[in-house]
Write a protein that binds this ligand. Structure first.
Ligand code: PEP
Ligand code: MG
Length: 550
């Protein structure tokens, strides 16, 4: 038996045969051409065909993994229509007298290099996307077949790396697990695997020379381990573990409709984090108490221009109505740092995580901010909308937000547009500055939501995008836990609620601590609602002995 390890990206156990994924890379046979016009026409024809294929993939992904995740294929279409990209290909054709396929390959290599050299890990991950779209065009130009899978039986897919389009193209019923040698947790392939509920291990030290093709294997997605030719004892053990997990899930489904209440009667609200109105189905399916964090920036990512007030209004209205009276906390635009949309034309920054991002952009460009606020207030007439402002560091910022929002409300009044006067407005506590002055901030807002993802990165000075510093990252760092306690205490002293909407909220090892601290609400990915409800219902807070020196 051989054992290999990688990074666990999505839990679950898979037992089956290995199927190597063959990349359909094209060898370019003809390099030179003396008919540039014809080559440019061939390129544009192939590009249009590729855009059409990507639209079909988008539709397939939409059904399988939802709008937010399918959006990558819209981005791929935009890449192919990007003027810098098309111009580069055309320049190669005209200036160097080469064929369309050679010009696309040269552009692919240049752009791939440029993206992979960027400081930002998110942008680095885009280098895979540029390769993916370019290879699609080359394949069309060469009349060749795409990447393939020989087997028609469900298998463990092993690849050097998988492009998002390859991940979605494989028939879901034929995938038991994904194992890749390359790829980051941030890559869209990894995110797609998680959304498709498929065990995934990335960065595995597994050979891809074909020697393991067809061999029996076990993928332990919980621990990031792959066993090849496992003995029957291990297969049995893993199959039992797998059955146990499935039983656990069906038991959890029985908790739908029940309260999140501890054995000694303490209640906590469990909300869901979403990025799009399409995710509302899973909020309802997992019986969340509402939406605790709607990352509204995703609405901006799906477009190649600013979404209009009307477009935003429709999305917020649908959200409010779909939740039938349950609360939807919508966070205003949190763009910048790792989340970029080209049309914002933000300057390149040395330290984007500490630069012009989130509320700082809104307070710099009132037009963008006011458009979103108008849409939000208008939607408040259709359900229980609450507004949350990200990345706050001072009381002055909150006062400035209030001034702008009262201007917006005044305009709506003048135009006789109805909105609810009692819309709750809260802030994210995701900077150490906000945590340390939470006593002052609590006097200005209706609620706090602690963004532990950013709070942790700023508290420990570890870039959340940089896996190289993983070893120094302690998700249970006392500094973060102490700040959470301080924020909750300050909220309660001032009669407001405090919740957690960062990833730490779904850490079951900390649920007891959060209950003991008195956290009022947790907002987590929809699939974590029922496991948390289960944990809460089995806890007696009077018996909790805290292991942390808070
Ligand atoms: C956070 O920082 O914890 C948070 C919830 O916001 P985001 O992850 O979108 O930055
Ligand atoms: Mg944040």
């Amino acid at each position: 038996m051989d054992k290999y390890t990688g990074k666990s990206f999505f839990g679950g156990i898979a037992v089956g045969r290995i199927q190597m994924f063959k990349k359909g890379r094209q060898e370019i046979k003809q390099i030179k051409s003396n008919d540039p016009e014809r080559e440019i026409a061939r390129f544009n024809e192939a590009r249009e065909k590729a855009v059409e294929e990507l639209e079909n993939l988008y539709k397939k992904a939409l059904k399988e993994v939802g709008k937010t995740n399918a959006a990558i294929f819209k981005i791929h279409q935009m890449m192919l229509n990007d003027i810098n990209y098309t111009k580069s290909v055309e320049d190669f054709i005209t200036n160097q007298g080469v064929t369309a396929e050679f010009a696309v390959a040269a552009t692919r290599d240049n752009f791939h290099y440029m993206f992979s050299e960027m400081d930002n890990e998110y942008m680095q991950a885009r280098s895979v996307d540029i390769r993916d779209v370019s290879e699609r065009v080359i394949r069309i130009l060469c009349n060749a077949k795409g990447s393939t899978m020989d087997s028609k039986i469900p298998s463990i897919i092993v690849a050097d790396d998988l492009a998002p389009s390859e991940t979605v193209q494989i028939d879901k019923d034929l995938i038991l697990a994904f194992v890749t040698v390359h790829g980051s947790c941030n890559s869209h392939t990894a995110i797609l695997a998680r959304t498709m509920n498929i065990p995934a291990v990335i960065g595995a030290d597994i050979p891809i020379d074909g020697s393991i093709n067809g061999r029996m294997a076990i993928v332990d997605g919980y621990n990031g381990v792959i066993y090849i030719d496992p003995d029957s004892e291990l297969v049995q053990k893993m199959q039992l573990k797998q059955e146990k997990e499935l039983r656990k899930r069906s038991l959890l489904l029985k908790l739908k409709g029940k309260e999140n209440v501890t054995l000694d009667g303490k209640k906590l609200m469990l909300y869901a984090n979403i990025g799009n109105a399409d995710d509302l189905a899973s909020v309802i399916e997992n019986d969340a108490n509402g939406v605790g964090l709607f990352r509204s920036e995703f609405i901006y990512f799906e477009k190649n221009r600013f979404p209009t007030e009307e477009e935003q209004f429709q999305i917020y209205k649908t959200t409010a109505e779909s939740l039938s009276g349950k609360k939807a906390v919508i966070r205003t635009l949190d763009i910048g740092a790792d989340k970029q949309a080209g049309y914002f034309n933000l300057d390149r920054e040395e330290n984007p995580a500490m630069g012009l991002r989130a509320i700082r952009i809104c307070l710099t460009n009132h037009e963008i901010f006011k458009t979103q606020l108008r849409a939000l207030y208008r939607a408040s007439a259709f359900g229980q909308i609450a507004i949350m402002y990200p990345f706050i560091t001072s009381v002055e910022e909150v006062l400035e937000i209030k001034r702008i929002s009262s201007e917006v409300k005044k305009e709506l009044d003048e135009q006789k547009i109805f909105y609810r006067r009692d819309v709750e407005e809260g802030i994210m506590i995701e900077t150490p500055a906000a945590a340390l002055i939470s006593d002052k901030l609590a006097k200005e807002v209706d609620f706090f939501s602690i963004g532990t993802n950013d709070l942790s990165q700023y508290a420990m000075a570890i870039d959340r995008q940089n896996s190289k510093a993983d070893r120094f990252f302690n998700p249970h760092h006392l500094a973060v836990l102490r700040m959470i306690k301080m924020v909750v205490d300050n909220a309660h002293k001032n009669g407001i609620r405090a919740g957690i909407c960062g990833e730490l909220g779904s850490d079951l090892e900390l649920t007891e601590t959060f209950l003991k601290i008195g956290v009022d609400e947790l907002s987590v990915s929809p699939s974590m609602i029922l496991p948390l409800r289960d944990k809460i219902r089995k806890t007696d807070t009077s018996k909790i002995i805290l292991e942390f020196d808070l």
